[in-house]
Ligand binder design. Structure first.
Ligand code: PNS
Length: 166
């Protein structure tokens, strides 16, 4: 398989909300590819409901990356490989924070490879400072009145305040 002229990667996830750990992975990816599609998944397959709607999550990621024209932010439904193909993205990026992430991530990577053999998963390690960070912990800390300003960018912090009426 030859390398496409414009190398596009996709970074899928829940992003409820985007954290500085996600931002770090996005910045690292931009050093390797020409274009990055950040894709917020509609979680119809998951039982849990999010704090932010999918549209709100997309809007927050856009506001964090408003100065980066190589980042395209959107949402998707259904299979990741189908959406990635439509976006001409041949690489999927996933962040690996700890060994505990690995089993699930490897399973997903291998399933995606079965579904589309030309789709490659690249795992990136975030900066050590962000290795403990997750959207769910940010939500919990914010919901309990803690300061999340070290973990999320200002638009996300403001949105958390509005959502939680603090
Ligand atoms: O941030 P998350 O919740 O860990 O992201 C998981 C996500 C959205 C990347 C994963 O659930 C996914 O790819 N969903 C799309 C449906 C799909 O393609 N499922 C098969 C993947 S093996």
């Amino acid at each position: 398989m030859s390398r496409p002229e414009t190398l596009t990667a996709i970074y899928p996830g829940s992003f409820d909300p985007i954290t500085k750990g996600h931002e770090d992975i996005i910045q690292r990816t931009l050093r390797m590819v020409d274009r990055l599609v950040v894709a917020v998944a509609h979680t119809s397959t998951q039982v849990k409901r999010g704090l932010f709607s999918v549209d709100e999550r997309v809007a927050l990621i856009r506001s964090v990356f408003e100065d980066e024209d190589r980042v395209v932010v959107t949402s998707f439904e259904g299979l990741l490989v189908t959406f990635a193909r439509a976006q001409e993205a041949t690489i999927v990026i996933r962040g690996l924070r700890a060994v505990s992430d690995f089993e699930y991530e490897l399973q997903m990577a291998q399933m995606n490879q079965e579904l589309w053999p030309d789709f490659q998963t690249i795992f990136l390690a975030p900066e050590v400072d962000f290795s403990f960070l997750s959207s769910s912990l940010v939500r919990e800390v914010a919901e309990l009145g803690g300061d999340v300003s070290r973990f999320v960018s200002p638009p996300v912090r403001a949105a958390l305040r509005r959502k939680l009426k603090r």
